[in-house]
Design a protein around this ligand. Structure first.
Ligand code: PMP
Length: 439
């Protein structure tokens, strides 16, 4: 068995209460998920007492690792002071001010509880601003569970349509067709077609929703020409740009758009800004964010939420972000560069069919000789998927959690020791495999 008896037993109980035994589709299982007992810094411990270097970090959330001491002590105090109120607390102003100060384009911000909600409210604000219903999005990109952004993440190539004119593909049986009419899928890094497709449907489009480096679609950097094309098309047609940085805000002190020269009207944030507690945020130009302003009557877009801006999330987020100063980002960038270059070096030395993408503290290993340039190129054949399963299992056996098909990440408690370990295990995998099979 790949997991211990405690995890097996837990999964037996879980299957009686959850459809398929889990309560998050994203949980990795092979076929049994590994139940965790606790985490400490860069490591997680499973219910059977095994320790793993955690390169998942709850899907890139825990940029300081598990149970970060300053967050823990701040939360202990907040727990005693109460966990949620019907009134605002000053904590929310502190976290908002920190983010607004770091990202000049975020003049106003609102908090919610998840990235899904953030994306939903940002799209609603863009609709209110433009009076149009639709969005353009990158084929294969993940933005949470709001119907419009779920479109075109099909893992069935037959559904994709042509490269020049990707199909808007439903995400679940029964999804209203009307959703499809309001979504224009774009191929990543194809500036000319993006310009044409946006132009063709401009009357319909409220926003272009773009994660500058969509992780599920390959964690691939945008070409400068693509960024300029998106920017120009948006400006020409009065369409807003929503930079979904729920995951990629961790790319730098001012986030990912700043890194790639994109100038969004709205941002969606989540993950790291909650310090390990649930969070989401919508931020952007004051004029657009005015959609949430109730003024004397009712806002264009009412946005509330029982737990929105709860002081636990605000406290954890504030402390975590305060510890993420420019030096911390520079260090993460440096160990990320080191890791990616050492992995690529190992690949080149053996001339094997792998490549590495990513930036800052994020990376993805692809079972492809050339780094993919979009979702279609990043998509795995059956045999490539088998290679990745083998790679993930090998890492697990060596005590490292390596996300399979999603972004892997480094965190501030990691250093050269952890980089050495990751590279060693990867090299070990390559030589082990080289002995068993032909490349
Ligand atoms: N957008 C992006 C880019 C994401 O990576 C995610 C989560 N992985 C979401 C939105 C949804 O966030 P949440 O899981 O907090 O709803």
């Amino acid at each position: 068995a790949r997991v211990g008896p405690r995890s097996s037993e837990a999964f037996r109980r879980a299957r009686d209460v959850f459809p398929d035994g889990t309560t998050r589709v994203t949980i990795e299982r092979d076929p049994t998920p590994r139940y965790v007992s606790h985490g400490a810094g860069a490591y997680v411990f499973d219910a059977d007492g095994r320790r793993f270097l955690d390169l998942n970090a709850n899907f890139t959330t825990l940029i300081h690792g598990h149970a970060f001491a300053p967050v823990v002590s701040a939360l202990e105090q907040q727990l005693r002071d109460g966990t949620c109120f019907a009134n605002p607390t000053e904590k929310e102003i502190d976290l908002a001010a920190l983010i607004c100060e770091r990202v000049p384009a975020i003049e106003r911000i609102r908090f919610c509880n998840t990235g899904t909600e953030a994306v939903m409210f940002a799209i609603k604000a863009a609709r209110a601003w433009t009076g149009r219903p639709g969005i353009a999005k990158i084929e294969g990109a993940y933005h949470g569970a709001y119907d419009w952004v779920e479109v075109s993440q099909s893992s069935t190539p037959a559904n994709w349509g042509s490269r020049d004119d990707p199909n808007a593909v439903t995400f679940y049986r029964g999804m209203p067709d009307s959703v499809l009419f309001d979504v224009v899928p774009l191929r990543f890094n194809d500036p000319q077609r993006a310009t044409e497709l946006i132009g063709r449907s401009a009357d319909l489009l409220a926003a272009i929703v773009i994660d500058p480096m969509p992780s599920r679609a390959g964690l691939i950097a945008p070409d400068p020409e693509f960024v300029s094309a998106i920017q120009a098309a948006a400006r020409r047609h009065g369409i807003l740009i929503i930079s979904d940085e729920v995951l990629n805000f961790r790319q730098g002190y001012a986030g990912a758009a700043a890194r790639f020269g994109l100038e969004p009207d709205l941002y969606t944030l989540g993950k790291i800004i909650g310090g390990g507690l649930p969070i989401g945020a919508i931020g952007g130009r004051a004029s657009v964010m005015a959609a949430f302003d109730a003024g004397q009557t009712r806002p264009a877009v009412p946005q509330g939420g029982t737990f929105s801006a709860n002081p636990m999330s605000m406290t954890a987020g504030l402390v975590a972000m305060q510890h993420l100063d420019e030096a911390a980002f520079a260090r993460l960038e440096q160990i990320g560069d080191l890791l990616r270059s050492r992995l690529m070096h190992a690949i080149e030395r053996r001339q094997v069919a792998f490549s590495v993408t990513g930036a800052a503290s994020l990376f993805r290993i692809h079972p492809k000789r050339l780094p993919p340039r979009d979702f279609r190129e990043a998509f795995w054949s059956k045999s490539e998927a088998a290679v990745m399963t083998e790679l993930t299992r090998f890492f697990t056996a060596e005590g490292i959690v390596l996300p399979n098909g999603a972004a892997a990440c480094l965190s501030t408690p990691m250093g050269e020791t952890e980089i050495d370990l990751i590279v060693q295990v990867f090299e070990h995998f390559l030589s082990d495999r080289a002995q068993r099979m032909e490349w």
